[in-house]
Design a protein around this ligand. Structure first.
Ligand SMILES: C[S@@+](CC[C@H](N)C(=O)[O-])C[C@H]1O[C@@H](n2cnc3c(N)ncnc32)[C@H](O)[C@@H]1O
Length: 416
C-alpha cells in the first residue's frame, strides 16, 4: 500500500517490489489485503489482448458483467490514442470483445459505452458476435452539459450531449435486475397533486374506512396549512394518501356483484385485488412514488466527475454514479466484473466500494499509475469522492497488480 512516505504509484517504479506471479508470464504485487479466494480483484498494466487471453485461462465463465469502455475513435480525446483507421478500430474492438465473451457466465452481461462516432458500427459488430437476439437494451445517457465547448459549434450542428451503453446478454438466461427509483421533482410534484384525500383508519376493516380531505386531516392534527406542509404530510404518510380513479372492470360489473358498502376489496378474474370506492378504484400514493428505470438516463450529474478519485482523464472518464447504476443493473455484490479498458479505474473503484470482485486492465502506464493510486486510496478508505458516501464505503480489502514479463511486452499490441 503506498503511503505518503513511500510516494504514489505515479512516482514509484511499481515493478520494483513485484514478484513472479502464479500467472505464468506476469509479475505480481499486492495492495492492501486481497481476499485469498473470491472475489478476485486485480489490475493488469498491459494491452488488454494479453490480459484477456490470460484471464480466459483462469476466469472463464465467471464474470457476471464485462463493462467495456473502449476508446470511442472520436478523434477528440487527448489523454490516449483515439484516432485510428475506422476498420482497424472495429477489428481491434471485435478481437477483444471475442475474448471477453467466454469470461462471462452463461447468464452474464456485456455492457459497452460508446458515442455517435462508432455507435452504429459497433452495434452491428456486437450483433454479429453475440447475436441480435441477445441485445437487451441500448441505453442513452446524458453525458454533457449545454455549456462551454459544446455550444461553441452550435451554429453548425447540434451540441452532442449523449452517449450510449449497449447491453447484451451472453445467453437466454441473461437478465437485467429491475431498478426502481423515486420519481424526480417535476414528475413527483405532478403525482402528489392528485392525492388530496386521507384514509383516516387504514387498520380498520375496509368496509369501515373513513376518508377525509387532506386539509381537514392536517387541521385535525394541528398542522399548519400551506403547500410545503401538505407536501411534507403526503410524503410522510404515502400509505394513507388516496386518489379515486376509473376502473373499466368495475364499470362492467352487474348490479348484483357491486358492493353495497362505500369501500370494499374486490378480486378480479385475472387475480388482481382492487379497492372499490363508491364505483371507482382507490389508488394509494405509496404505490406510485417510485418508477422503473427506463432506457433514457438524464439524471446522472457529469459535473465534477474529474475530481472523483482525484484522477483526471480528459473527456472519457465516467461518473461513479453511472458505473454504480450499471453494476447494480447487471450484477450483485460478490459477483465478478471485468473492465478491459480501465482508464482512471472508475469501474474497479465502484466495484470495490460495492463489494464486487473486479479485473481491470489499462495499457498506458501513466494512466494506469493514476488509476492504481485511486484504487489504493479506495482500499485505504481515504477516497471521500464519488459513491463513497452513498455506499457507506470505509475502506478495506485489497487487490493484485500484474505486469507482463518483458517477453510479452515485446509483442507489440495493436491499437484498440
Ligand atoms: C474510454 S477510456 C476508459 C475510461 C474509464 N471508464 C474511466 O472512467 O476512467 C479508455 C481507456 O482504455 C485504454 N486503452 C486503449 N486501448 C487499450 C488496450 N488495447 N488495452 C488496454 N487499455 C487500453 C486507454 O488508454 C484509455 O485509458
Amino acid at each position: 500500500m503506498p503511503t505518503g512516505s513511500e510516494g504514489t504509484f505515479a512516482a514509484m517504479d511499481h515493478q520494483a517490489g513485484a514478484k513472479p506471479s502464479p500467472l505464468p508470464g506476469w509479475t505480481e504485487s499486492v495492495i492492501g489485503n486481497p481476499a485469498p479466494t473470491a472475489p478476485v480483484r486485480g489490475f493488469a498494466v498491459s494491452d488488454n489482448l494479453l490480459a484477456l487471453r490470460t484471464w480466459g485461462g483462469n476466469h472463464a465463465g465467471r464474470a457476471a458483467l464485462v463493462l467495456a469502455d473502449p476508446p470511442y475513435n472520436a478523434r477528440n480525446r487527448k489523454d490516449y490514442l483515439d484516432d485510428v483507421d475506422h476498420r482497424a478500430w472495429l477489428e481491434a474492438i471485435g478481437e477483444r470483445i471475442e475474448l471477453c465473451v467466454p469470461l462471462l457466465r452463461p447468464d452474464g452481461i456485456l455492457a459497452v459505452h460508446i458515442d455517435d462516432s462508432e455507435h452504429a458500427y459497433l452495434q452491428v459488430l456486437l450483433d454479429g458476435i453475440l447475436g441480435r437476439e441477445r441485445r437487451l437494451n441500448t441505453v442513452v445517457v446524458k453525458m454533457s452539459e449545454l455549456a462551454g465547448v459544446k455550444i461553441r459549434y452550435s451554429d453548425r450542428m447540434l451540441p452532442r450531449l449523449k452517449e450510449y451503453v449497449l447491453l447484451y446478454g451472453r445467453g437466454p438466461a441473461s437478465r437485467l435486475r429491475p431498478v426502481v427509483r423515486r420519481k424526480d421533482g417535476a414528475a413527483l410534484a405532478r403525482y402528489l397533486r392528485y392525492y388530496a384525500q386521507v384514509l383516516e383508519n387504514p387498520d380498520a376493516p375496509v368496509e369501515e374506512w373513513s376518508v377525509i380531505p387532506l386539509v381537514e386531516a392536517m387541521a385535525r392534527r394541528g398542522l399548519p396549512p400551506g403547500r410545503d406542509a401538505q407536501r411534507e404530510f403526503r410524503l410522510a404518510h404515502p400509505e394513507r394518501l388516496v386518489y379515486r380513479t376509473n376502473n373499466r372492470w368495475f364499470d362492467t360489473l352487474p348490479e348484483s356483484d357491486r358492493p353495497s358498502t362505500r369501500f370494499a376489496r374486490l378480486r378480479s378474474p385475472w387475480d388482481v385485488e382492487y379497492v372499490w370506492w363508491e364505483g371507482k378504484q382507490m389508488l394509494f400514493l405509496a404505490d406510485h412514488l417510485d418508477e422503473p428505470l427506463g432506457d433514457l438516463w438524464t439524471d446522472i450529474s457529469t459535473i465534477n466527475v474529474q475530481k472523483e478519485g482525484a484522477v483526471p482523464l480528459r473527456s472519457s472518464k465516467k461518473p461513479e454514479a453511472l458505473v454504480r447504476r450499471l453494476l447494480e443493473l447487471c450484477s450483485q455484490p460478490g459477483d465478478l466484473v471485468v473492465d478491459p479498458w480501465a482508464g482512471s479505474g472508475t469501474t474497479a473503484a465502484v466495484a470495490h466500494k460495492t463489494g464486487r470482485g473486479w479485473l481491470s486492465c489499462e495499457r498506458d502506464p501513466t494512466i494506469a499509475a493514476r488509476a492504481l493510486d485511486r484504487l489504493a486510496s479506495v482500499v485505504a478508505g481515504t477516497d471521500p469522492t464519488g459513491e463513497t458516501a452513498a455506499t457507506g464505503w470505509a475502506g478495506g480489502g485489497g487487490f493484485r497488480v500484474w505486469h507482463p514479463c518483458v517477453h510479452h511486452e515485446e509483442t507489440a499490441p495493436r491499437e484498440g
